[in-house]
Ligand binder design. Structure first.
Ligand code: COA
Length: 326
C-alpha cells in the first residue's frame, strides 16, 4: 500500500509582469535579473485576489483531474507563508469556496517546502482509518509582502498555487520516500519582521516598512545550495536508488543557479531537470505543484517515472521526496 497523487492542478494570475516592467520603477535591469536568477517574467495577483482565491482554482483543477468531488475529501491542507489572514486558516476559506463543510482543514507554514511538508503530513495521516482522500495545496501571494522599493527582493517572487489530491492504494505508484529538515538558527536570513506577536503592527512598523520581507540573499543562496543537495542525496539513499535512476528532478524554483548547482551535485544532465522559473519567478510553496501540473499537461510525466522533488525556504526548512509517477 502506498500514498499516491491521483490528481494535480495549478493556477497563476493572468497579470504578467516582465523584467522590463520592473525597470520602470526599480533600479534594476532585465539583464541583471535574467543572468543572476533566470527569471524573465512573473505573475502578480491583483490587489483584490488573495491566496485562498488562487488556492481554490488550483484545487478545482486537481479535483477534476482526480475525478474526485469536494464532498469526497477528508481533509484540506494548505502550505503557505502568505495566508489571507492569520485566522481563519486559508484552508478553511478554500473549503468554503469549494462548497463543503465539516472536514478538517488547516494551514502549514513551512515556507517554500510547504507543499512537500504537506505531502508528508498527508502521507502519514492517510495510514489512519479516518482519512481516504486529502487535498494538499501550496499557494502563495508573496508579492504583497515584498517591498516594491527593494530591488533585492521584489524582482524574485511571483504569485500562484498548485494542488494535489492524495489517496492510499495498492498500486506500485506514489511517494516512495521523503525527507524533511529544518534549522531555526538560520531564521534571520529570510524573514518578515512585523505583523506577528514579536512586533505587532503599529504606525511605526508601517512607516519603517517592516511588513515587507528582509533577506540576506547571498547567505540564503549558500545554504539553499547546501540543503537542496543534501536533501536530494538523502532521499536517493533512503530509496536505495542511484542518481541515474531518476527520470526527473523537479526542484523548487528560486534561482536557476541554485537549481544548476543541485543538478550538478546529482550528476544529472540538464534535460532531466524541469525549469519554469523564467515564467513565474519564485512562487514559494506553489512552485513544485505548478511545475508538476505543467509537466503533466505537456505529457512529460509517464507512468513509472521516478520524480525527485526538492525544496528549501525560510526557517530554514527543506524537504525532498521521490515519487513513482502514475
Ligand atoms: N538589480 C540590479 N542590481 C541588484 C539587484 C537587482 N534587482 N539586486 C541586488 N543588486 C545588486 C546588489 O546591490 C549588489 O550591488 P553591490 O555589489 O554594489 O553591493 C550586486 O547586485 C550583487 O549583489 P549580490 O547579492 O552579491 O548578488 P548575487 O549574485 O548573490 O544575487 C540574489 C543576488 C538575491 C539573486 C541571490 O543571492 C539569490 O538568489 N539568493 C537566494 C535568494 C532566494 O532564493 N530567496 C528565496 C528563498 S526561498
Amino acid at each position: 500500500m502506498g500514498v499516491r497523487i491521483i490528481g494535480i492542478g495549478s493556477y497563476v494570475p493572468e497579470n504578467v509582469v516582465t523584467n522590463f516592467d520592473l525597470e520602470k520603477f526599480l533600479d534594476t535591469s532585465d539583464e541583471w535579473i535574467r543572468t543572476r536568477t533566470g527569471i524573465v517574467e512573473r505573475r502578480i495577483a491583483p490587489p483584490e485576489m488573495a491566496t485562498s482565491d488562487l488556492a481554490t482554482e488550483a484545487a478545482k483543477m486537481a479535483l477534476k483531474d482526480a475525478g474526485v468531488t469536494p464532498e469526497e475529501l477528508d481533509m484540506i491542507i494548505v502550505g503557505t507563508a502568505s495566508p489571507d489572514m492569520f485566522y481563519p486558516a486559508t484552508a478553511c476559506l478554500v473549503q468554503k469556496n469549494l462548497g463543503i463543510k465539516g472536514k478538517p482543514c488547516f494551514d502549514m507554514e513551512a515556507a517554500c517546502p510547504g507543499f512537500i511538508y504537506g505531502l508528508e503530513v498527508a502521507r502519514g495521516l492517510l495510514h489512519l482509518p479516518n482519512y481516504k482522500k486529502i487535498l494538499v495545496i501550496g499557494a502563495e501571494n508573496l508579492t504583497k509582502f515584498m517591498d516594491p522599493e527593494d530591488r533585492a527582493t521584489y524582482v524574485l517572487f511571483g504569485d500562484g498555487a498548485g494542488a494535489a489530491v492524495l489517496t492510499m492504494d495498492d498500486t506500485p505508484y506514489g511517494i516512495i520516500t521523503s525527507h524533511l529538515g529544518g534549522d531555526g538558527n538560520l531564521g534571520d536570513l529570510l524573514y518578515l519582521p512585523a505583523g506577528g506577536s514579536r512586533m505587532p503592527a503599529s504606525r511605526e512598523t508601517v512607516e519603517k516598512r517592516l511588513h515587507y520581507t528582509v533577506m540576506k540573499g547571498r547567505e540564503v543562496f549558500k545554504y539553499a545550495v547546501l540543503n537542496m543537495q543534501k536533501a536530494a542525496l538523502k532521499v536517493l539513499e533512503q530509496a536505495e536508488l542511484k542518481k541515474e535512476d531518476i527520470t526527473w528532478l523537479v526542484p523548487h524554483q528560486a534561482n536557476v543557479r541554485i537549481i544548476d548547482a543541485t543538478r550538478e551535485k546529482l550528476g544529472l544532465p540538464p534535460e532531466k531537470v524541469y525549469i519554469n522559473i523564467d515564467k513565474y519567478g519564485n512562487t514559494s510553496a506553489a512552485s513544485i505543484p505548478i511545475a508538476l501540473t505543467e509537466m503533466k499537461q505537456k505529457g512529460l510525466l509517464k507512468k513509472g517515472d521516478l520524480v525527485l522533488t526538492v525544496s528549501f525556504g525560510a526557517g530554514f526548512t527543506w524537504g525532498a521526496n521521490i515519487i513513482r509517477w502514475g
